[in-house]
Design a protein around this ligand. Structure first.
Ligand code: 13P
Length: 258
């Protein structure tokens, strides 16, 4: 996994069309070249547009990923996307465990763990979202929730599960609200996740390798610098602010300067 930090990931969710794709990607590729941007930029558009965008940015400096896959690789599963299909069109990064899928599609920790296992099996790179809701935060349960979200993956995939992976800490109460936690709080949770993963691996006398720890939730051009200043933040996962060329390119530029 050759990712240049800080990694900037834009999750388009259910947004975008051919026009916004042209308005965004053609200037963005120019912007990245003209400003000598060398950190890794990953965009997660709706799956339907992946191949279309892939052709526009072929051999350019933007990487594409999928927002979701099915657990099945082929067969009678109407409406789903298979990891084999993604690989077929050159996609390596897959988002999973996003709170919107957990909530709206009833994806539980076990399903997320199985998807994680599948992504690793096919040598792709998971971008795993974890994090607590508001109630859990108020009850001081953040670390317990996170541990539970990680444990099933460890059980299924072994001690090295998180090698070559991206873990996105996305507190649900921050997504789309304009509110972010204190940057020190973000760093503290990242440290906790890192230590937890390392503690399990220490049994095997190995350190986590190629695991990136990124933050998501209301990231924008005003707060990007203070978030990236934190030592254990390797990048960000952005929703709303990744949809407009101006905002997103400003964020990318500022991410170089932190
Ligand atoms: P916002 O940046 O719109 O809060 O969304 C964050 C997110 O859910 C990214 O996956």
């Amino acid at each position: 996994m050759k990712i240049q930090k800080p990694v900037i990931i834009g999750n388009w969710k259910l947004n975008g069309n051919k026009k916004s794709i042209h308005d965004m990607f053609i200037p963005l590729t120019d912007f990245i070249i003209n400003n000598s941007i060398h950190n890794t930029i990953i965009i997660l558009p709706p799956n339907l547009y992946l191949d279309y965008i892939y052709k526009i940015i072929y051999q350019k400096n933007i990487v594409l990923g999928s927002q979701n896959i099915d657990l099945n690789c082929s067969g009678a599963f109407t409406g789903e996307t298979s990891i084999l299909m993604l690989k077929d069109i050159g996609i390596k990064y897959v988002l999973l465990g996003h709170s919107e899928r957990r909530k709206n599609h009833h994806e539980d920790d076990m399903l997320v763990a199985k998807k994680f296992q599948l992504i690793k099996k096919f040598n792709c790179i998971p971008i795993l979202c974890i994090g607590e809701n508001k109630n859990e935060k108020l009850k001081n349960k953040t670390k317990i929730i996170i541990q539970k979200q990680l444990d099933l993956i460890f059980n299924l995939c072994g001690d090295n599960a998180f090698d070559r992976s991206i873990i996105a800490y996305e507190p649900i109460w921050s997504i789309g609200t304009g509110i972010i936690p204190d940057p020190e709080y973000i760093n503290n949770i990242h440290q906790y996740i890192k230590n937890y993963i390392n503690k399990i691996k220490i049994v095997n006398h190995s350190e986590h390798t190629n695991t990136l720890f990124i933050y998501g939730g209301s990231v924008n051009e005003k707060n990007i610098k203070i978030i990236l200043k934190e030592q254990d933040v390797d990048g960000v996962l952005i929703g709303g602010a990744a949809l407009q060329y101006n905002t997103f390119s400003t964020i990318i530029k500022l991410s170089q300067l932190h």
